[in-house]
Design a protein around this ligand. Structure first.
Ligand code: FAD
Length: 382
């Protein structure tokens, strides 16, 4: 019998769920290989708790040994080339053959893509950056803390708001006379979740004394003068800059022939199939249009749900059954606000006309639910 190979490319949220679900659903003689350049995995939704001091890195990172024990082959290396015709993937000079491929490479923040940012700001989307941001907030004498969304798209629409709320909490608890200001190119917070939700979130920021500056498209950071320079020439000064850097997909994605001009992979929004036979893409690496000329937000909740759909479809295909699993665009996310309180957004992002997403009143309950989800994720999947 010929060997059958399923390769999962990228071992973040989507890739881990895809590989584990496949392992449960396909016979043992089907080889499941997970490729990632990192040998540890960090649960990104908890990153900002490194900033607030509620977590240490070891509490939110895991090695991949458990996956190997489950019968998933691990290949650690940089994926460099993909040939969808020959169905091979090049990893650190070695070719891996596949019958099915799940591309789950995410999208990576890169401060070098915004002039002056690496010198003038802290990238809060990394472990080191989140820790550094927490230290800088505690050491700050006073002044102005800018939280800046430097470019669209970026992962997790809730996270910049969480960063502003948590920064304000740290400063207030430290008795600092400092102001937090959130800058975004968007018309209101979390626009993919609809205007009503965005306005409600804007009101919550205002109640905490956080300035919200919308429609601000950043051109560069003037690190010497500690100023944000916006399109049109407007400037805003800061004492500490907490940045969500511009994001870019991996080079292999941009050169694969699967991606669009923006560098993301278009997929069928129900099946996650790409244009290439046997190749699916899930999570942040995809670009999925939704109502209102927008795109599905880049969030782990979608990567996870899409991974389960794709794994089920591949299992059915391998078993000779008609694949029926589809992704319905439903998703939820917590917005942690500090002081042990969070809000919760949930709904249907595929709804016709406009996403149907509601925001639940901030309470301790949603913060505890966010903590419970983190524990569940790390115990069940990582
Ligand atoms: C601060 C922060 C808070 C967040 N909070 C939430 C939240 O509360 N809820 C939520 O739903 N989402 C949240 N997210 C977003 C969530 O983390 C991402 O949407 C999710 O991780 C996307 O999953 P993915 O599998 O597509 O990509 P990722 O999880 O990013 O995984 C991609 C993997 O590909 C690997 N890789 C990349 N390039 C290569 C290459 N060339 N070769 C080999 N390996 C490669 C990477 O090492 C990585 O392991 C948050 C993100 C951040 C940064």
């Amino acid at each position: 019998m010929t060997e059958r190979n399923v390769v999962v490319l990228g071992g973040g949220i989507g890739g881990i769920v895809a590989a584990r679900t496949l392992r449960r659903r396909v016979p043992r003689d089907v080889r499941i290989t997970l490729v990632d350049r990192e040998d540890t995995y960090t649960f990104a939704p908890s990153l900002l708790w490194l900033m607030s001091g509620e977590r240490q890195p070891r509490q939110i990172s895991r090695g991949r040994e458990r996956l190997a024990r489950k019968g998933i082959e691990l290949v650690r290396g940089e994926a460099q080339g993909l040939d969808t015709e020959r169905r091979t993937l090049r990893v650190d000079g070695r070719d891996l053959a596949f019958d099915h491929l799940v591309v789950a490479l995410g999208v990576q923040p890169d401060p070098r893509l915004m002039p002056g940012l690496a010198e003038g700001g802290i990238d809060i989307y990394t472990v080191e950056g989140a820790i550094q941001a927490g230290r800088a907030l505690r050491e700050l004498g006073g002044g102005r803390v800018a939280v800046a969304i430097t470019k669209l798209p970026y992962k997790c629409p809730a996270a910049p708001n969480e960063a502003a709320f948590l920064a304000e909490t740290i400063l207030r608890h430290g008795g600092k006379r400092a102001k937090v200001a959130l800058y975004t190119p968007e018309p209101f917070p979390m626009p993919t979740a609809g205007e009503a939700l965005g306005k409600a979130l804007a009101g919550m920021l205002e109640q905490r004394g956080i300035e919200l500056h919308t429609g601000r498209v950043l051109d560069e950071v003037d690190a010497g003068r500690k100023e944000l320079v916006f399109q049109g020439g407007d400037r805003a000064g800061y004492d500490l800059l907490l940045a969500i850097p511009p994001h870019r997909t991996a080079e292999i994605v941009r050169t694969s022939g699967l991606s669009n001009e923006a560098g993301f992979i278009p997929v069928d929004r129900a099946t996650l199939a790409t244009e290439a036979g046997g190749v699916y893409a899930i999570g942040d690496v995809t670009q999925i249009p939704i109502a209102g000329g927008k795109f599905l937000p880049k969030a782990g909740v979608f990567a996870k749900a899409e991974a389960e759909v794709v794994a089920t479809r591949i299992a059915d295909e391998l078993a000779g059954r008609e694949p029926r699993a589809t992704f319905n665009g439903n998703g939820s996310c917590f917005v942690d606000m500090g002081d042990g309180v969070a809000a919760f957004a949930t709904g249907d992002f595929y709804a016709e006309g406009a996403p149907k997403v509601s925001l639940r009143t901030p309470s301790r309950r949603w913060h505890l639910a966010k903590v419970a989800f983190e524990k569940y994720w790390l115990a069940r999947w990582a």
